[in-house]
Write a protein that binds this ligand. Sequence first.
Ligand SMILES: Cc1cc2nc3c(=O)[nH]c(=O)nc-3n(C[C@H](O)[C@H](O)[C@H](O)COP(=O)(O)OP(=O)(O)OC[C@H]3O[C@@H](n4cnc5c(N)ncnc54)[C@H](O)[C@@H]3O)c2cc1C
Length: 391
Amino acid sequence: MRTQVGIVGAGPAGLMLSHLLHLGGIESVVLECRNRQYIEDRVRAGVLEQGTVDLMIETGVGERLRREGLRHEGVWFSFGGRRHRINLSELTGGRAITVYAQQEVVKDLVQARVSAGGQIVFEVDELSVHDLDSTRPKIRYRKDGVAHELSCDFIAGCDGFHGVCRPSVPEGVIAVYERVYPFAWLGILAEAAPTSEELVYTYHERGFALFSMRSPQITRLYLQCTPDEDLTLWPDDRIWEELCARMRTEDGWEPAVGPVIQKGVTGMRSFVIEPMQFGRLFLAGDASHIVPPTGAKGLNLAISDVWVLSQALESFYKSGRSDLLDQYSAKCLQRIWKVQRFSWWMTSMLHLFPGGDGFDHRRQLAELDYITSSRAGMTTLAENYVGLPLD
Ligand SMILES: Cc1cc2nc3c(=O)[nH]c(=O)nc-3n(C[C@H](O)[C@H](O)[C@H](O)COP(=O)(O)OP(=O)(O)OC[C@H]3O[C@@H](n4cnc5c(N)ncnc54)[C@H](O)[C@@H]3O)c2cc1C
């Protein structure tokens, strides 16, 4: 088998790349180890930057997003018992974020690829990548017990943090920059109508909490917990008690309680590799970087990487130029490090660190006060939160 671009992983990065390449007249095959239902049901991110929304709409996969996505022109920060709103749109010339669950983005992209006759091979096993520094790299895998080899011009490693592409790069080529945080998030999805139309980030002496939503009927809530938190110690009643204790404000605002339909613990890390390319292997999305979820950037970064990669591949196939491919890593990393900085900053401002003392507490409160009262502070937050320009 042969294709122009072999894509490993059908997450947002791999699917969007395949979609963009198709629009540019470039053939690709996506290889995914899970089945279609699994990737379409996987609950993860849910906040789309303006650039991600624009790209989905402009490339014809944004119809349902436009109909069902919840556009938010503001965001709330709660501390000292009070909520403070930052008007994102007013501070960024009309830009906003849109709440639309990652699994819905995945469904829309899968649907678009399938309708266009695109090839996504689900449930592949034992996938490995070869001859990366040649002009004919290969992907070997098994499907239903049968061995296959896909010969490509390029391979896109969009297989997430635990994928096989990054570890296939020879030792010594890639430098890793990393921070692991001493806390995690216990997240729930609940059948409860959101009591705020916009997200509420809470700093509290019991720990961070985040109020978010996925639809007019479903609330998504998170609590700061320990990285090895035992979920069996968190029956629903205890989760609600803790959420309300952290989120309730002086004016009586708190989340509405309802049946918990999903629960999980997400670790927090900042991780970047440099470079994001080896020979004809290009890494994109979580395969090359991870951000703590506080800035709501993981999915958006995956989309911005593949946007840059698709432009570079188009330039290669249309005019034989390889300069944009050579610049892929440097170009993505410029934006990635700004997003890493923002995600680290939001995380540091809003969480309790073990060993933190009265100094840290007062410094964090002062910072929150500044970014919710100074126009310059609010603008910095707003322009990063709605998303830095894609290109
Ligand atoms: C539990 C969890 C919760 C999250 N919550 C948030 C959040 O609230 N907000 C936020 O902004 N971000 C969140 N993120 C991050 C966000 O979901 C990711 O940044 C985003 O999914 C990145 O997309 P991707 O396509 O790069 O990788 P992924 O979505 O991880 O996709 C990689 C794909 O590759 C496949 N794959 C892996 N290995 C192989 C292999 N060997 N062969 C074939 N296929 C393979 C996987 O099955 C997967 O489908 C969360 C992530 C996790 C894990």
